[in-house]
Design a protein around this ligand. Structure first.
Ligand code: PBG
Length: 323
């Protein structure tokens, strides 16, 4: 039966009816807030390409995390910026390094909050690539040992979940084995399972000072054209023992999120990335878009596509908007 028996506009007649017929809803616990901690800073420092986001000092990071928790946010994702970088990324697994210190501080100041840490070398290498180089490319299997050490250093500081974002093959199994062997069988792994190579990470690399010094990340991050390959990446990480799988970026990969939602039973998270945030911020500043509405629509689209949770720089603002 169709028109005039069926009138779709009946669902939209009033504001309260529209609320009653909402299929997708966002709440503060849908959002995870990324935080940048710069070991060398006394005061927070702004990031030109990410208005509203800062590089934190330890104390400003703890205050921000506490404020996020008060708004209903359940988890933060930490990125560390060390004072010193080198080719072997040795600061990345220093037990007294930036991330272990930040984790311990958060566990003291905001004990209930879930703490997740990025496990990658690019913020710690002088060359800006995500592992150990051999010639001009990453040595996959040698990089696995580095990732294991990084994950262990975070786990021993008490992190709830480690999030490898490097895209080396076999890293989830390697990290799971290392954690289990050292008694961290209850530390979870959030895998950046389908991570695409994209210019939309540009502002993040300004923030984390992690742009590759030469070349790009195309030999390890996926190419945008491939969706079946993304399903295989997720499948492999599930088999290797990931607790949560992630698709990244989010808005540029809504089809991947939707497909993965149907195929896998694991918790599925999406990373609404720096460039996806920055472009709305820029248009908002120019007066070309309503920034708040654009934020709400972006996040709704990601959840509607099938993401269970969203990592977003708007976590606090969105928690107020959708409270
Ligand atoms: C580290 C890492 C990156 C992002 C998250 N973890 C940068 C990259 O892969 O170059 C990007 C996040 C964002 O753009 O918001 N490997």
């Amino acid at each position: 039966m169709s028109f005039p028996t069926q009138r779709m506009r009946r669902y939209r007649k009033t504001k309260t009816l529209r609320r009653l017929f909402e299929e997708t809803r966002l709440v503060p616990s849908d959002f995870i807030l990324p935080l940048f901690i710069d070991e060398g800073l006394k005061w927070p420092e702004s990031i030109a390409s990410m208005p509203g986001v800062v590089r934190h000092s330890f104390s400003s990071m703890a205050r921000e995390a506490a404020a996020a928790y008060r708004l209903g946010i359940q988890g933060v994702l930490l990125f560390g910026i060390p004072k010193k970088k080198n080719a072997q990324a040795t600061e990345a697994y220093n037990l007294k390094g930036v991330i272990p210190r930040a984790v311990k501080l958060l566990k003291k100041e905001v004990p209930e909050l879930s703490v997740i840490t990025d496990v990658c070398a690019c913020e710690y290498t002088s060359h800006g690539h995500c592992g150990i180089l051999r010639g001009n490319d990453l040595d996959n299997d040698q990089s696995l040992g580095l990732l294991q050490r990084i994950a262990l250093s975070h786990a021993s500081a008490g992190v709830d979940m480690v999030a490898p974002s490097d895209m080396m093959d076999g890293r989830i199994r390697a990290i799971r084995q290392a954690l289990d062997q050292k008694g961290f069988s209850m530390t979870s792994i959030l895998s950046y399972a389908a991570k695409f190579s994209t210019c939309f990470y540009g502002p993040f690399r300004d923030a984390a000072d992690s742009a590759p010094a030469f070349g790009d990340r195309k030999t390890y991050q996926m190419q945008a054209s491939n969706s079946r390959e993304a399903m295989r990446e997720i499948q492999l990480d599930v088999e290797e023992g990931a607790d949560v799988v992630m698709v990244k970026p989010a808005l540029m990969a809504l089809d991947i999120i939707a497909k993965a939602r149907w195929r896998f039973q694991h918790p599925l998270w999406a990373y609404h990335v720096s460039g996806e945030y920055a472009m709305v911020k820029a248009a908002g500043k120019m007066g070309w878009l309503d920034e708040e509405e654009a934020m709400a629509e972006s996040l709704l689209a990601i959840k509607r596509a099938g993401a269970d949770r969203i990592i977003t720089y708007w976590a606090k603002e969105a928690s107020k908007f959708f409270k």
